[in-house]
Ligand binder design. Structure first.
Ligand code: ADP
Ligand code: ZN
Length: 495
């Protein structure tokens, strides 16, 4: 057995590497930078942990979430590997314990919150480790957080560009589960990776079945049915804390022991919810998207979104928590056309919260709206769900054969005449949003409001028309809409 493989067996008790792991470990050991994009559950943590163990040195891991760090540290300590973390949540006792550990040469993994990297204590510590020849690598986990094109941008991550200067000559490995080409380019540029090994594995998951459909007005029956027909742990995502609480109550009234989870709970309640989700039989957890990063329960049989997800990238990450045991699992989205408006609003207020400069904010909100539209196009479109999702993150694949689109025959109809009428009205009545348009014209004599709303969204998704992002949702013709008016082509949509 070669030495890397025997280390895998010695420290983890595993007999083979997963796709990509070995190459990354070898790159780090040879001092090379790496960018690693492996799907959730693909085994990213091993890529940076094993080099520390083989070299008997230290790997510093930058990670965005306290829960995630704590969880990894716990798991390493269980294996008798010296690991610790530094973040704002440590009490005095933990802090002194940690600074003792920092003095010991046996420390293998140090997890840091991004804002800690440049603290005096840490920079001095890193210098010392470099001088001692003891620093094996710097790992940046969830590296997509550095890109403002990513779905989870964190301004704190931008400072990590300094790592290269602070630790010259030390390999940097960036890891993410979802990083489309544009985000990858950002990661390489901002972290200043040099000739990095690029290890990008397909995000395709052959055991997941995607189903997306309109949410009924009273969604409870649908949700109960979905719970009844799925196995293992179930994860239900809703948009707001209020909905977490409302759905917890609704389900408890139906004798489902639902576990609520959102960022508004106090740390102890969150810890408890997480414990319950990880350890109970067939738990049902209702959460905002604050939940999930790094949560490792393998037998999740269903991930259910009760709203339109905010982006294809985010959705792939959230739905990817299903079926990590390799058994068939379902990813269900129940959405409603009204979700978009609420999400638009949420995007605006979250950008305000992050306190960004207004020019940057504008750019990012445009990007966020774009992402939302792409997600909506997946949900309302005719294509294979998986193919459309993967395409949205820059991966080309064949239809999956498992999703609702692949397994049911659609009967699309040509909507070009109605589209022509709608586009003509938009051209005529410049600067109207859809509701004004319906009010001021005779469109509603042809078909009801709902239908026009749906058609307008499809035309936005297909970029025949555009929609202003300033909240007024005014519609305007795009180039391809103008060409369509001159020379219409069939528009086969199924509704
Ligand atoms: P990611 O961070 O990519 O989502 P993790 O590093 O948490 O994934 O690994 C996912 C799971 O796979 C973990 O439970 C881990 O113990 C397991 N795992 C990782 N690599 C291997 C391997 N080579 N053999 C067996 N199990 C592995
Ligand atoms: Zn499909």
């Amino acid at each position: 057995m070669d030495s890397i493989l025997s280390a895998l067996d010695k420290f983890y008790g595993w007999d083979s590497f997963r796709l990509g792991q070995r190459e990354v470990v070898e790159a780090i050991l040879s001092g090379r930078d790496a960018l690693v994009v492996l799907p959730t559950g693909g085994g990213k943590s091993l890529c940076y942990q094993l080099p520390a163990l083989i070299r008997e040195g230290l790997v510093v891991v930058v990670s965005p979430l306290i829960a995630l760090m704590e969880d990894q540290v716990r798991q390493l300590q269980k294996k008798n590997i010296a690991a610790t973390c530094i973040h704002a949540g440590l009490d005095a006792a933990r802090r002194s314990e940690t600074s003792n550990l920092l003095k010991q040469g046996s420390l293998r993994l140090l997890y840091l919150a991004p804002e800690r990297v440049q603290s005096k204590e840490i920079t001095a510590f890193l210098q010392r480790k470099i001088c001692e020849g003891n620093l094996v690598a710097i790992a940046v986990d969830e590296a997509h957080c550095i890109s403002s094109w990513g779905h989870d941008f964190r301004p704190d991550y931008l400072r990590l560009g300094e790592v290269r200067r602070l630790c010259p000559g030390i390999p940097v490995v960036a890891l993410s589960a979802t990083a489309p080409p544009r985000v990858r380019a950002d990661i390489i540029k901002l972290l200043k990776l040099r000739h990095p090994l690029l290890k990008v594995c397909s995000a395709k998951r052959n055991n997941l079945e995607y189903v997306m459909r309109r949410r009924q007005k009273e969604a409870l029956a649908e949700v109960l049915e979905a719970l009844k027909t799925s196995r293992g742990a179930r994860l239900i995502y809703v948009r707001t804390r209020r909905s977490v609480e409302r759905w917890t109550e609704l389900l408890r009234d139906e004798n489902v022991a639902a576990i609520p989870y959102h960022a508004g709970l106090d740390p102890q309640e969150r810890e408890e919810a997480l414990e319950n989700f990880l350890n109970k039989d067939d738990p049902v957890l209702i959460a905002t998207v604050a939940f999930g990063m790094g949560v490792d329960r393998k037998d999740v049989g269903m991930v259910l979104h009760l709203n339109l997800p905010a982006s294809p990238e985010g959705y792939l990450q959230e739905s990817g928590r299903a079926g990590r045991d390799g058994l068939p699992a379902r990813c269900l989205v129940l959405f409603s056309p009204g979700d978009r408006k609420k999400l638009d609003w949420a995007i605006k207020s979250s950008l305000r919260e992050k306190g960004e400069q207004s020019s940057n904010r504008e750019l990012r909100s445009e990007h966020a709206f774009e992402q939302l539209r792409r997600m909506e196009a997946v949900a309302e479109g005719e294509s294979c769900r998986e193919q459309a999702l993967l395409l949205a993150v820059g991966e080309i694949s064949q239809p999956c054969g498992r999703c609702d689109r692949c397994t049911t025959t659609l009967l699309p109809q040509d909507r070009s005449q109605e589209a022509f009428t709608l586009l003509s009205e938009i051209q005529e009545q410049k600067g109207f949003g859809l509701s004004m348009l319906l009010e001021k014209t005779s469109l509603q004599e042809i078909r009801p409001k709902e239908g026009w709303g749906w058609l307008a969204r499809r035309l936005v998704q297909e970029e025949l028309i555009g929609e202003s992002n300033d909240g007024s949702q005014r519609l305007y013709l795009k180039d391809s809409g103008r060409s369509f008016l001159l020379n219409p082509w069939p528009l086969l949509y199924s509704f």
